[in-house]
Design a protein around this ligand. Structure first.
Ligand code: ATP
Ligand code: MG
Length: 572
């Protein structure tokens, strides 16, 4: 490609709305353009990368025996109504009506549609196992679209669905996808970690996320360097350390204390002169139509996913102050478990505490020396807190590490959730109907692209791995008015193309500094500069990821580039 003819633009300034490296660089390098919040177009350079990622995903899905098809993005409501997700998706689903008033959505994910399709085609156990996939556009009206294509409202997902006769079959299909995902993310050059994930209130027997460690990631992952355990914070189980400090084991008398100006944990710590660990927070939640209380230690975070799973509710949100006042009889900040008429879900750690402080359900008062069972009863005692750095690993007890990550892929054992709801059955050897056992497997193509940039950039721009670079090589003649330089540059350009290497020729009449800057910004892995020594057939050969260049003959440069591209694109 001749740069003079290319439809692209690079920006020197960092676009104001872009907070993270990948978003800034995708805009600055002219890979994409914003149309509206969470909606982007890919420009030619960006689309080349996008297609390469898509192709790697496709090759590995095909290699794993999955069959590609494509479904519409505009979907009738019925299948989602049958599974209950027409409601569950809530505001995240883009909904619309046709001229006849019939309801449709723009598909956020396609479990229902695949289930419905397989149901109409596959009847016999002989046709199973089966894995189907598509690489297709999804729509989600995210509460907070941000970070460019990392969390957008329109994005492309590779979504695959497996159909098996039994759990043992599902285990094999799942492992098959797991292995394919490892090959995909290896080929994309990503450094990732596979973490156990929550399967949600609706069931499912296992789920894992492929996560790229990154400080800007929105997933929180806990992992143990001692035993290799890794899970996201929705899933990571918290272990209770039994017993209490010896001097505090004896139950003291319950006391009501006037705490007029103390509502928050910080204010209470000041007032009582003790640590947050000696308080238990009572949080009031709305779970669908029910109001419940949930208790965690003063220094802990309540984990809403864990609580939601225990309650089996669809919607869970903190109650508004009006509701809090109604159920506790006190202003916000004074809720406590004693005398509450609603269910109280108590974190397993709180159940081990002695003589702690809680709100008194009376404005301006707290209780101290509170003890569970003696002073109040828990409806349920369970782990409902979020794991923290240093907490014991649920597998081996060593302190865990906690870091942020970007979820790029997700594999999930669904079981019969959708096949039962949509009656997707097969006939076994005895002619008996059974629901198919399903799995689903997603990869975000756009998000993976952004994640690669997050992990591969420097102050000058993107550093693409060869396998997905928009072009492999850029040839830069320093002076385009010098016919010797131009001739050699053209020769290298055409010879590389003839060898199957993807090349850009920066034939623009620009200062060399501008060309070098652009080449670095867009992250082309190999740069061949043709300058004053063109008359001797000598060029500079530089890799984007290295600082120094080497001075070699044009022939050597061509050979070296060809070899490196072959190695970089090789499929192991
Ligand atoms: P998240 O927790 O980040 O919202 P999710 O659990 O909703 O993700 P899945 O429904 O499992 O995601 O979707 C599969 C894959 O699709 C994700 O692993 C991610 O790569 C991608 N993905 C999901 N939502 C978005 C989005 N809004 N923008 C870009 N990619 C997305
Ligand atoms: Mg989501």
């Amino acid at each position: 490609m001749r740069v003079s003819k290319m439809f692209f633009q690079t920006l020197r300034e960092v676009p104001a709305e872009a907070e993270i490296a990948s978003h800034q660089l995708m805009l600055r390098a002219g890979l994409m353009r914003k149309l509206a919040s969470g909606i982007y177009s890919f420009l030619p350079l960006g689309y080349r990368v996008f297609r390469k990622i898509e192709q790697i995903v496709r090759e590995e899905m095909d290699r794993a025996g999955a069959q590609e098809l494509i479904m519409s993005a505009l979907l009738p409501a019925e299948a989602y109504q049958a599974s209950g997700r027409w409601e569950v998706f809530g505001a995240e689903m883009f909904r619309l009506k046709d001229r006849g008033g019939r309801e449709f959505c723009l598909g956020p994910t396609h479990e229902e549609i695949f289930t419905d399709t397989v149901k109409s085609v596959t009847r016999s156990y002989r046709s199973l196992p089966l894995t189907l996939y598509q690489i297709q556009t999804k729509y989600r009206d995210e509460r907070r679209p941000r970070f460019g294509v990392m969390r957008s409202r329109e994005f492309v997902m590779k979504d695959a669905y497996s159909f098996d006769r039994d759990e043992a079959g599902l285990d094999i299909s799942y492992k098959n996808m797991y292995d394919a995902y490892c090959r995909i993310f290896d080929r994309l050059g990503l450094d990732y970690i596979i973490v156990d994930a929550d399967t949600g209130a609706m069931g499912g027997s296992g789920s894992q996320e492929f996560t790229v460690k990154s400080s800007i990631g929105e997933s929180v992952i806990a992992y143990c360097e001692a035993c290799g355990y890794a899970a996201n914070d929705e899933k990571a189980e918290c272990i209770v350390q039994k017993g209490c400090g010896e001097e505090k084991c004896e139950e003291l008398n319950l006391e009501k204390v006037a705490t007029p100006d103390a509502r928050t944990i910080d204010e209470l710590m000041n007032f009582f002169g003790c640590s947050a660990k000696e308080f238990a927070k009572t949080l009031i939640y709305k779970a669908d139509d029910k109001v419940v209380a949930a208790m965690v230690r003063g220094d802990r975070e309540l984990n809403e996913t864990k609580l939601q799973n225990i309650l089996g509710c669809i919607e869970l949100e903190m109650a508004d102050s009006e509701t809090v006042e109604k159920v506790t009889g006190a202003a916000v900040g004074f809720a406590g478990p004693i005398g509450l008429k609603i269910d109280v879900i108590v974190d397993s750690e709180v159940a081990e505490m002695k003589n702690f402080v809680v709100g008194a359900n009376e404005t301006g008062y707290h209780y101290k020396n509170v003890n569970i069972n003696r002073d109040f009863k828990a409806t349920i005692v369970k782990d409902i807190r979020t794991i923290k750095e240093g907490d014991p690993c649920p597998k081996c007890g060593a302190p865990v590490k906690v870091e942020f990550g970007i979820e790029v892929g997700h594999i999930f054992k669904l079981g019969t959730k959708y096949s039962k709801a949509l009656n997707c059955v097969y006939l076994d050897e005895n002619g008996k109907e059974n629901p198919m056992i399903m799995g689903c497997y997603g990869i975000g193509i756009n998000r993976s692209m952004a994640a690669v940039i997050e992990q591969n950039n420097d102050e000058n721009g993107i550093i693409w791995p060869i396998a997905i670079a928009p072009y492999h090589v850029i040839v830069i003649p320093v002076n385009t008015t010098d016919s010797v330089q131009m001739e050699l540059a053209e020769k290298i350009y055409s010879e590389l193309m003839a060898k199957g290497v993807e090349v850009m020729l920066d034939d623009r009449d620009e200062r060399p500094g501008v060309k070098f800057k652009d080449a670095d910004l867009i992250g082309i892995p190999i740069r061949i500069t043709v300058g004053k020594k063109a008359n001797e057939g000598i060029v500079e050969y530089k890799r984007r990821k290295e600082k120094d260049f080497t001075v070699i003959s044009a022939e050597q440069a061509i050979e070296m580039a060809k070899r490196e591209v072959e190695e970089g694109c090789a499929v192991k």
